[in-house]
Design a protein around this ligand. Structure first.
Ligand code: NDP
Length: 392
């Protein structure tokens, strides 16, 4: 699995820095001992239009954020300011008030502001190299394909789309455009996760036999798009269960072949359109079983535990933006790393892959594989029996 290759490379540099207390807030650049970031704290706010244009000649790829919601505002824009090879170049929004606010804060010229109707004009903007799709899930396919047609590389948030079929069309569109498609699986670069992948792959606790993984939270506002099937594609499983699926897949390095799942709805009004709580069992080719749960009904599940013949290890607060806590049954095996900015790391790795002309992973196929698992889980619930997972 691609992630192991990337993960191990990153794991090596992380291990080399282990125990350096001053690296409280690591970014990928510090991990790789490159000069720490010119742009740290220096947002484009300070730049006028001519300076903006001049930046283009540097090694920073221009990113356009599509959809200025919570993730873009609170995580991605601040993260871009911490990167070495990436910068905020343009915004795409359906809310004019947000455009004005962002222009002011980040010094974005009018020529670099788009809405969902005139978005295709981005083809004429050489300042934009990468389009980052940060919209409700049902809009990922449309904006990925439009961005590819505009000749841009695409980075798309998870879940990649609402269906595997949509994922396939996205992969094809970006491939036809000769561009790269990256999926926002930030945990694949997070040091605790990377170390757990190494522990699994190197069989430090023996051959893995069982994994338990769960991620859920209490969904608030009943009017939010996440509870509308047409926009979200599904409920907790699509939104956060996907992190637990990812963990099972990247710990084993295998694809599940058979799934049996069950759903419960304790609030059938609020969750009329989407799944609320799901529990399922996934069987992998090696014979390993994984037990997975996800929910929109309550807090408290955010973990994985991996059990091998020689012991156990896992993460708590596993999938948050920070605060990961590793543990293991062997006193000598510690899973402890400084915090990183997950988003700065993944965006810069994507930029670097493009600059180096190398394929980025996790790419579209990775998003498709998760959607195939998700579809099998929903199918098992509908049919009330174990089902096979479709292959790519
Ligand atoms: P928000 O609801 O906060 O923002 C979504 C934005 O999309 C809106 O603010 C709006 O921006 C735009 N939008 C366009 N059409 C619609 C519509 N019909 N309904 C609602 N919004 C619309 O969502 P998030 O930022 O939390 O999530 C966006 C994506 O990012 C999702 O795919 C989600 O799964 C993913 N995500 C990933 C995370 C991660 O850790 N990797 C964490 C959180 C989210 P505007 O007003 O600018 O048009």
């Amino acid at each position: 699995m691609e992630v192991f290759a990337q993960g191990l490379g990153l794991g090596f540099t992380i291990r080399a820095l282990r125990g350096c207390p001053k690296f409280k807030k690591l970014s990928i650049h510090t991990m790789q001992r490159r000069p720490f970031l010119a742009g740290l704290g220096a947002t484009a706010a300070a730049l006028g239009s001519s300076a903006w244009a001049k930046q283009e000649s540097g090694r920073k790829l221009g990113w356009a954020l599509v959809g200025l919601g919570s993730l873009s505002k609170n995580q991605l824009a601040p993260a871009l300011a911490k990167t070495t090879h990436s910068r905020l170049a343009a915004i795409v929004t359906g809310t004019p008030a947000k455009a004005a606010e962002w222009q002011k804060q980040y010094g974005i010229p009018d020529s670099h502001v788009y809405n969902y109707e005139n978005f295709d004009r981005i083809v004429d903007n050489p300042d934009v190299d990468v389009v980052y799709v940060v919209l409700p899930n049902s809009m990922h396919e449309e904006f990925t394909i439009r961005a590819a047609k505009a000749g841009k590389h695409v980075f798309c948030e998870k879940p990649m789309a609402n269906t595997a079929e949509e994922c396939r069309r996205m992969i094809e569109a970006v491939k036809s455009a000769g561009k790269q498609l990256g999926i926002g699986y930030r945990c694949q670069f997070e040091p605790h996760h990377v170390e757990c992948m190494r522990l699994a792959r190197e069989k430090v606790f023996g051959e893995l036999k069982f994994i338990e993984a769960g991620f859920g939270f209490q969904a608030g506002d009943p009017a939010q798009w996440r509870l509308r099937k047409s926009l979200a594609g599904g409920g907790a499983l699509m939104d956060v269960g996907i992190y637990a699926i990812q963990a099972c897949r990247y710990l084993t390095g295998e694809e599940p072949v058979e799934i049996v799942a069950q759903e419960t709805k304790t609030d059938p009004v609020k969750f009329a359109e989407v799944d609320e709580t799901i529990s399922c069992s996934m069987k992998f080719p090696s014979g390993l079983l994984a037990s997975l749960m996800t929910t929109y009904a309550f807090n408290g599940s955010n973990f994985f535990t991996a059990i091998g013949q020689g012991g156990r290890f896992g993460l708590e607060a596993a999938y948050g933006y920070g605060g990961q806590k590793g543990w293991s049954s062997q006193p000598g095996v510690k899973i402890e790393f400084p915090a990183t900015d997950h988003f700065a790391v993944e965006m810069d790795l994507f930029s670097r892959a493009i600059l180096d002309g190398k394929p980025f992973a996790p790419a579209g196929e990775e998003g498709l594989k998760d959607l195939l698992v998700i579809e099998a889980i929903y199918r098992s619930i509908r049919e009330g029996k174990a089902v096979a997972v479709e292959t790519v």
